[in-house]
Each structure stands twice: as structure tokens, then as C-alpha cells.
Design a protein around this ligand. Sequence first.
Ligand code: GRF
Length: 200
Amino acid sequence: MTRLAILISGTGTNMQAIIDACERKEVPAQVTVVISDKPDAPGLERAKKHRIPAVVFEPKDFPSKDAYELEIVKELQKKRIDLVCLAGYMRIVGPTLLSPFKGRMINIHPALLPSFPGLHAQQQAFDYGVTITGATVHFVDDGVDTGPIIVQSAVPVKEDDTVESLSARILAEEHRIYPKAIKWFAEGKLTIEGRKVKLR
Ligand code: GRF
């Protein structure tokens, strides 16, 4: 059984979708630990409800980003984590955290990358006036939202959309494709070849 860690900063609806898919046995994995950088992240309550160990590490309690990330790495290694899933974790992952999990860390982004990386991707797409946006699950590399793409889903922008209505439809797609990507990883079906991810 693939052992997952989920890193969050907020609501945790993607985390919830992953937990539910694992519990329904649609994904051959178990959420072994949830880690938040915010003590008041609502996602922590969701984890508790499912009796999943939830740990908070706050960067302000550490002398440096390296020291903060090292503590996370220790926790991940202690729990023998196979795959780290970033799910609304609002920090850029540094080399200390990434290097032991290169090729074993994935992220969800609410746009069709490489368009609209970074913060407020839904707002960026809405303001730009695109007629199609979406969601992307990708491996994490040392850039911001630049890693090899595992799966994407397109979401049309409607004439009468607000950024809120658009974001809600994107989020529904995120909840659908994130567990799917994890399933493929857990089944050993994904290989990274340069920029491309091959699905067996
Ligand atoms: C999602 O839109 C995700 O793509 C982005 O942050 C949001 C997190 O939402 N990275 P949630 O915490 O999973 O509800």
C-alpha cells in the first residue's frame, strides 16, 4: 500500500477528495500523515475526523527555511512516506524538502499549466479573458509550477462566470483528477522522461 503524506495550508478539499478515494479503495494508497504550516488550517479538522495523524510545523518556529523543511523531511521519513502530495500548500518547496522526494512529490494547480502559474491562477485566467482554463497535476521540480505534467482537465469559461463560479468548477475537476494521478503513481504506472510523464 502506497503511503501518502498530504501537505496543506488551508481548507483541504483536495486532501478530502484524496482521503475519500483511498477509503473507497479507488486508490491503492493510505493517507499516513497530514502536515500543515498553519495551526488553524481547517483541513486539520478533516484529518482528525478520519483519524489521520496531523502535524503542524510553523516556519516561524525555526531559524531558517532549511531547518523548517528538515523537520518535515524527518517526519516524512519517520512515517516511511512513498509519495508527498501538495494540496493547497502555500509555500515554495525548497531543495531541503524536495531532494529526498524528487519524483515522489506532486502538486495540483488550478490552471492549465504552463499558463497562469503562481498565486491566484483562477483570477489570472479570468482577467486574461481565456475561454478555456482548467487544472493540472504535476510532479514538483525546483521551479514554481513547472514540473512534468501528469494529468490536466479543461474547464470552459462561461459568458456569465464570476471568478468564484469559475473557481468552483475548476475545484470540482481538481477533486476528480488528483486522486486519479495518485492512483496511477501507486500502481507504478508513471515514469518521468525529461519533461514528459509516460503513463503505462
Ligand atoms: C486549490 O485550488 C489548489 O489547486 C491550490 O490551492 C487550492 C487548495 O484548495 N493549489 P483546498 O485546500 O484543497 O480546498
